[in-house]
Write a protein that binds this ligand. Structure first.
Ligand SMILES: Nc1nc2c(ncn2[C@@H]2O[C@H](COP(=O)(O)OP(=O)(O)OP(=O)(O)O)[C@@H](O)[C@H]2O)c(=O)[nH]1
Ligand SMILES: [Mg+2]
Length: 235
């Protein structure tokens, strides 16, 4: 357990091994807490499942307790295994690659904006000192884990419950269920809106401009050559 925080530093997907014959201990939850704090992917391995009460009720009660004690890792799947019999151990690597895939997920700016714009439209944030909190645009700024930024007029005034709402919307719409995701708010004061001035739009506009310039250049070159040819013809 002492090595856990360090080894999590360069960890993408943490496997949290729980000895179910001992029940869920505080130490298990502490380790789970490290994984959450590091923002890595996580999977619970519930070992010695062969010794757990076989009744469905007993198994459900165990899962319920785990989810209750580790609420903060609700995105972490749990696999019940037996190291002794090998039961379901083969499922571990499948699950690791699923979690890792989501952990590295990237979506385009247009989609992020549409999700946030739609969420804000359906559920407006509450006023900040009588003023509206305006959302200008949003973007994914990192992966491992997927990290998003919303540009707003009052970044510190966005209530944590509203942040949670937006995080849930991103999770649902992208969709991402197995990885932690992060969301930050940054200040943007100038006039901008979703449809007209996203980074994506700016890139497209820039590209169009370049193409137009290139075409103009080509046309000028063509007419210059034509003039030269005409000149030669008359000589
Ligand atoms: N029934 C069962 N026994 C297991 C399983 N995995 C490990 N064991 C046994 O549990 C005993 C203790 O091993 P673990 O608890 O895995 O190892 P540990 O936590 O490093 O050691 P302890 O401090 O003794 O708990 C050994 O005799 C293992 O064979 C399992 O999935 N099912
Ligand atoms: Mg043990």
């Amino acid at each position: 357990i002492l090595k856990s925080p360090d080894s999590l530093d360069d960890c993408d997907v943490a496997l949290i091994l729980i000895d179910t014959s001992e029940g869920i201990t505080d130490q298990d939850i502490t380790v789970a807490g490290y994984a959450e704090k590091r923002g890595c992917g996580a999977i619970f391995l519930l070992n010695k499942w062969d010794l757990v009460d076989k009744s469905e009720k007993g198994q459900q009660a165990f899962m319920k307790e785990l989810r209750q004690m580790a609420k903060f890792l609700s995105y972490a799947p749990a696999i019940t295994i037996s190291a002794k019999t090998g039961q379901r151990c083969h499922k571990i690597f499948d699950q690791v690659s699923k979690v890792y895939k989501e952990y590295c997920h990237r979506i385009n700016t247009g989609t992020v904006n549409r999700i946030i714009e739609d969420a804000v439209y359906r559920e407006e944030p509450s006023l900040h000192k009588g003023r509206r909190i305006k959302f200008f645009y949003a973007a994914q700024v990192a992966t491992r884990p997927p990290t998003f930024v919303c540009f707003v007029n009052y970044p510190n005034a966005v209530h944590f419950s509203y942040k949670r709402y937006l995080l849930n919307q991103l999770r649902e719409m992208i969709p991402l269920s197995l990885t932690p995701i992060k969301l930050y708010f940054r200040e943007k004061s100038g006039k901008m809106d979703f449809s007209g001035n996203t980074k994506e739009m700016e890139r497209i506009r820039e590209k169009k401009k370049k193409i137009t310039q290139k075409k103009m250049k080509q046309r000028k070159e063509q007419s210059r050559k034509k003039r030269e040819r005409d000149k030669k013809g008359t000589q």
